[in-house]
Design a protein around this ligand. Structure first.
Ligand SMILES: [Zn+2]
Length: 506
């Protein structure tokens, strides 16, 4: 190849690379921010605050750039870090919301979703009831259904009667009342539900009529596979359960998803097709497993599910481009989970996102498909470490490669940590002294230690196995977007949606 041609090729590659740094679905319609939202999308990344979205943007950046490592500071400008903008980074308005509830600065999904969908603070673990647990609060979805005759869609990667989706239609003192929540799902008469399976569909003792049967009797088409889901048509009333179910009957983590298995965006696209009508619709979409991954301190899976939510938002952006004066899209979260930080003393504050590529499987799938077998068979540490290398990239000390600067070779200290955790796991020892609780929480010691070591090598840190008090972002695009500027409480999200859609409290 001639030198000139080569230069042209490099330039072309660079152009492609920089073009792909932007989100795939572009806002092409005019953005006036004016109008009344007839079509209202609310995307909720559960546990997805700034660390979750920004780690995803950094991680995706290197792939987008192709020739550029996002991994470390360098003298060479072409090695400079580059992020990939998530789809909602192009929204013209970004605000922030505080998340505390009536009992906690580190609240849960039930109370925070109550705030977002009803405008009231309540106890952690309560859904749409007041702190005396006597008064029921109506939700924005119910009000839009009754007062505006909007169609309603509820999509979640976790169980459809889990706290966040339940907070659009249920009213319960405890989020654990799975069967009563399921009954309320059917009574809601909402038009489209899609996601993970119902928890306890026949109640705790399996002695009640199945929620699925009640739903069918109430006129729902209940689909348990993608083929029947893809046959749904505009105007259908449907409940779609993911064909492949993962941990706790939720949808697969996006990094475990098989070829051909629907991603979150596929459920959103189908939902738009089913709900679209001249009067209007409200659609809530939850990326619920960002939270689960962060509880388990599994950054790679948090990133994968955050990117899947970003891609699902692109479906709404495409819809916005066709109905810019009548569509409002919000992307927010209920709280942060895990105390995730981007930057860690152990790597001298450098970041090595490339290191996470070593991980091929979520913590949950590793637990279910591998660790349970180790415990049953008493698998040797040597054999376990072969899987650890194949599935997480971590190699024994002395292997080819580096144990510094994001390299995947383990130091003796890191190997010792994994070995100690392996011994606890293989004995199936559930007891925890203070140090062990700090290290493992209630998770499988081996698995959480592997992700801790891998995440630390990449420069990511965690402080919690539960929720934290960080504020959350609120991105807005479309009719009424200006309302969402500034810093406010999460109860204001409901108030702003109600004001814009002109529903009244009832
Ligand atoms: Zn959580």
């Amino acid at each position: 190849m001639k030198k000139l041609e080569k230069t042209a090729l490099v330039l072309a590659t660079l152009l492609v690379a920089s073009a792909s740094l932007h989100a795939e679905a572009k806002i092409t319609a005019p953005v006036t921010g004016k109008g009344t939202p007839k079509y209202l999308f609310v995307f909720v990344g559960d546990g997805m605050s700034y660390p979750q979205i920004q780690s995803a943007a950094y991680y995706a950046g290197k792939d987008a750039a192709g020739i550029v490592d996002v991994v470390k500071k360098s003298e060479n400008p072409s090695d400079s870090p580059e992020m990939k903008a998530l789809s909602f980074y192009q929204f013209p308005v970004a605000g922030s919301a505080s998340t505390y509830d009536a009992t906690s600065f580190a609240p849960d999904s039930a109370s925070t979703a109550t705030s977002i969908f009803t405008g009231y603070k309540t106890h952690s673990s309560s859904i749409n009831v007041d702190i005396t647990k006597k008064i029921k609060y109506r939700t924005i979805a119910e009000q839009l259904r009754d007062q505006k005759k909007y169609k309603i869609g509820v999509i979640s990667t976790v169980n459809l009667n889990h706290a966040t989706p339940a907070a659009t239609y249920a009213h319960q003192a405890s989020r654990k009342s799975n069967y009563p929540i399921g009954l309320e799902l059917v009574e809601s008469n909402f038009d489209y539900f899609a996601g993970g399976a119902l928890m306890e569909p026949q109640d705790k003792n399996k002695d009640k009529t199945s929620i699925y049967e009640l739903a069918t009797n109430a006129g729902y088409k209940v689909c348990f596979n993608q083929k029947s889901a893809s046959n749904l048509e505009n105007g259908d009333k449907a409940i779609v359960i993911a064909e492949t179910l993962a941990d706790s009957d939720s949808m697969s983590y996006d990094n475990d998803r098989k070829n051909g298995e629907w991603a979150l965006r596929d459920y959103v696209r189908k939902g738009i097709e089913v709900l679209d009508n001249k009067t209007g619709f409200f659609m809530m979409v939850e990326g619920g497993k960002v939270d689960w991954a962060c509880h388990a301190n599994d950054a790679r899976s948090s990133i994968a599910d955050t990117l899947a939510l970003s891609e699902a938002v692109e479906e709404a952006i495409d819809f916005y481009n066709k109905h810019p004066k009548e569509t409002l899209i919000l992307v927010t979260a209920d709280h942060e989970t895990g105390g995730l930080t981007i930057g860690y003393a152990g790597t001298d504050y450098n970041l090595f996102f490339r290191t996470l590529d070593g991980q091929k499987i979520s913590y949950a799938k590793y637990d279910s498909d591998y660790v349970s077998a180790y415990k049953k068979n008493g698998t040797s540490f040597e054999d376990v470490m072969k899987d650890v290398e194949a599935l997480f990239g971590l190699k024994l000390p002395g292997s080819n490669g580096s144990n510094k600067n994001g390299g995947l070779v383990l130091t003796d200290y890191e190997l010792d940590r994994i070995k100690t955790a392996y011994e606890k796991t293989i004995k199936n020892d559930k007891s925890r002294n203070q140090q062990e609780y700090d290290l493992y929480g209630t998770y499988e010691p081996l698995t959480i230690t592997i992700t801790h070591v891998l995440n630390a090598k990449s420069g990511l840190g965690w402080t919690s196995n539960s929720h934290t008090g960080l504020p959350v972002p609120v991105f807005a695009l479309g009719a009424g977007q200006e309302e969402f500027k500034g810093f406010y409480d999460n109860t204001e999200i409901y108030k702003k949606m109600a004001k814009l859609t002109k529903v009244v409290k009832d």
